[in-house]
Design a protein around this ligand. Structure first.
Ligand code: PLP
Length: 628
């Protein structure tokens, strides 16, 4: 008997869900934005309400309370480690805007982070312009990283005049004198940071962000030169932060430990040179366990948030104590860890397919012998011989293809052979399930029989990292978890690009190439793609001109009721056309004159012309996705 627990286990939802996601007894996906059972959202209910409001799919759901929850957890983890190891200073964070610049997201982060002195980290002028508009906590930092031209520096120096604490980080040696000159000219004394190049590297997909050949950071020689120059400008007091960043999603804890130790040594040495470093900024890298395996595989991390904090605090303290240097304020720029859980995309399924091989095959009697072999195979296959018969069928299919290529098989017979082969496969797969045969052979078979579920979304727009770097994201049915999923499938999107397909899924031990899904019945079938809150919002692109998805922001109140805090309309066709420089009014007037000409030429009646024009206008204002 299939139970809810089986579904929870199959999709691994409680392994990667960090307490935020599960299934309820009705088999619906639930979200607990505060991790409290009394504040649970049944996503199916939300979907039903949204459909009465005619909100079309795909819909991106945001749960702002999850952002708050993650900020609390991160600060809590560091505060635990600080008291456990008797560390003599504090922790504070700065949210890196490149991870998710969306206004609603940053607003929520700034609001929830105020009491923790959570700041913002920016890497470009546009991010800085946005960040300058927020009021941060009194000790919070606005950290300026990235390549900086004079305009960027000027903006940052202006911010220094207005804000409590702005730190301009020298990411590249050549920025040193430009920064110092401009500061002198504008009469501003900014706080200054230095990003150091470490030998230590991260692990996982972003390992190359660290190490000797990394894009940013100063070598030891450059750092010493930089300190001398800063001192010549009489700004040494302002040099208050040591920064490093060895890449995002660091999968192995020992890499973090190693980098912290190396950087701590640098900190202690320059502190002992009487440089007034107050902040030890460990950058990003805190990983998310996307597959729930708690391993150092790319989609996971072999440590928890608490272990991360423990390692940082302990390693830093250890080196500082050894060198007799005071404990600095610990700063992290954890972006992924704060934002990944807060959003998920719900897509509806248009249908599924894998060829038509259901019809029973009858033989005339004069088919090539190979067809007869397949036919007999299908009659005789049973639970005892299915492995052998499945292997025979594979060979027969091979043979069928060679005979066809030699011109010895007609199309009608080839079709019969292919259908018989698929029917044998289905039987074999059935027997394999019954006997719980888990050998690799049958993985291939399930893949062969798997269906392509057509999902109403664009991989490129909504899960760009899956396409770009094969980053895995969990995918689960939104409901029907009470039923055993009897199909296997991959999920193809509606772009005209064969890369637009989710064909890798999280799994405890491995990566699955097919996902257990339900048979489609007459009702709608919805899937959720989760943990999309970090990086996906702005890396997404407009391939095939599919635009931003509709959004619903959901919160849950103290009594456990959920509310739609906000609905944000996705892009319309005219919006995405504007991104590629078409003016919709211009398009319309061109179309209009074409229609007028057709009416003059008597190719079109006046009523038809009007209808066509109205239709064109309506389509311009519609959502870019399928209306199912
Ligand atoms: C990208 C980046 C981060 C964010 O890293 P996460 O792994 O998402 O926490 C932090 N700091 C710098 C300098 C970055 O470039």
């Amino acid at each position: 008997m299939w139970k809810i627990e089986d579904a929870i286990d199959l999709y691994g939802i409680e392994r990667w869900g960090s307490g935020y996601f599960s299934y309820n007894k009705n088999g619906n996906l639930i979200i607990r934005p505060t991790k409290k059972d009394a504040q649970t959202i049944d996503l199916k209910n939300v979907i039903e309400q949204l459909s009465t409001k005619k909100i079309k799919y795909p819909i991106l759901f945001r749960f702002p309370q999850i952002l708050e929850g993650q900020i609390k957890e991160l600060n809590g983890a560091f505060s635990n480690s600080i008291s456990e190891y008797k560390y003599n200073n504090t922790y504070q964070g700065a949210f890196p805007m490149k991870v998710n610049q969306r206004r609603e997201v940053i607003e929520e982060i700034v609001k929830a982070g105020k009491k923790f002195n959570l700041g913002l980290e920016v890497g470009t002028k546009a991010e800085l312009l946005a960040a300058m508009s927020f009021e941060l906590g009194s000790e919070a930092l606005l950290i300026c990283n990235g390549f900086k031209d004079d305009e960027y520096l000027r903006l940052a120096l202006n911010a220094v005049k207005l804000k409590n604490k702005v730190i301009i980080v020298i990411d590249e040696y050549s920025e040193t004198t430009r920064l110092l000159e401009l500061s002198r000219k504008l009469g501003v004394k900014p706080l200054i940071g230095i990003r150091v190049k470490l030998y230590s590297k991260g692990s996982g997909k972003w390992a190359e962000s660290g190490g000797e050949s990394s894009k940013f950071g100063l070598t030891t020689t450059e750092m010493l030169d930089c300190i001398r120059t800063v001192s010549e400008y009489e700004m040494l007091d302002q040099l208050q932060m040591l920064h490093f960043h060895i890449g995002s999603q660091i999968t192995e804890i020992r890499r973090i430990q190693k980098a912290v130790k190396e950087a701590a040594r640098v900190y202690a040495k320059i502190k002992n040179m009487h440089v007034n470093i107050k902040y030890f900024n460990i950058g990003g890298g805190l990983g998310i366990d996307y597959d729930g395996s708690k391993t150092s595989s790319d989609a996971s991390a072999n440590y928890t948030m608490q272990e991360y904090a423990n390692n940082v605090v302990y390693s830093l303290k250890d080196v500082c104590d050894e060198e007799g240097a005071p404990h600095p304020i610990i700063l992290s720029e954890s972006g992924r860890a704060i934002s990944a859980y807060h959003s998920l995309l719900v897509i509806n399924i248009k249908g599924n397919k894998n060829g038509n091989h259901k019809k029973p095959i009858e033989l005339r009697g004069d088919e090539p012998h190979i067809i007869k072999e397949l036919y007999d195979g299908l009659q005789e296959i049973n639970i005892k011989n299915y492995i052998e018969y499945y292997h025979d069928a594979l060979q027969h299919r091979e043979e069928l293809l060679s005979l066809f290529n030699l011109g010895e098989v007609e199309l009608e017979d080839k079709s019969k052979g292919e259908v018989l082969f698929m029917q044998i496969c289905e039987k074999a797969a059935g027997f394999a399930r019954e006997t719980e045969n888990k050998s690799d052979d049958f993985d291939d078979l399930n893949k062969l029989l798997s269906k392509k579920y057509i999902g109403n979304f664009s991989t490129f727009q909504s899960i760009p990292d899956f396409w770009a770097i094969k980053q895995l994201f969990p995918v689960v049915p939104v409901s029907r978890a009470t039923e055993k999923p009897n199909e296997y499938g991959t999920i193809v999107d509606i772009t005209c690009d064969s890369d637009g397909e989710i064909d890798k899924f999280v799994d405890l031990k491995d990566v699955k190439e097919i996902l257990e899904l339900h048979e489609l019945n007459n009702g709608s079938y919805y899937l959720a793609i989760l943990l999309l809150g970090a990086y996906q919002d702005t890396i997404g692109d407009y391939h095939n001109l599919f635009g931003a998805a509709n959004e619903a922001h959901i919160i849950v109140d103290d009594s456990g009721e959920w509310h739609i805090k906000q609905l944000v309309k996705g892009d319309r066709n005219c919006d995405v056309l504007a991104y590629v420089k078409y003016n919709s009014a211009g398009l319309f007037s061109m179309f209009e004159s074409e229609i007028a000409q057709a009416v003059r030429d008597n190719k079109l009646s006046k009523t038809d012309a009007e209808e066509i024009l109205n239709n064109y206008k309506d389509a311009m204002n519609q959502y870019t996705y399928l209306d199912l």
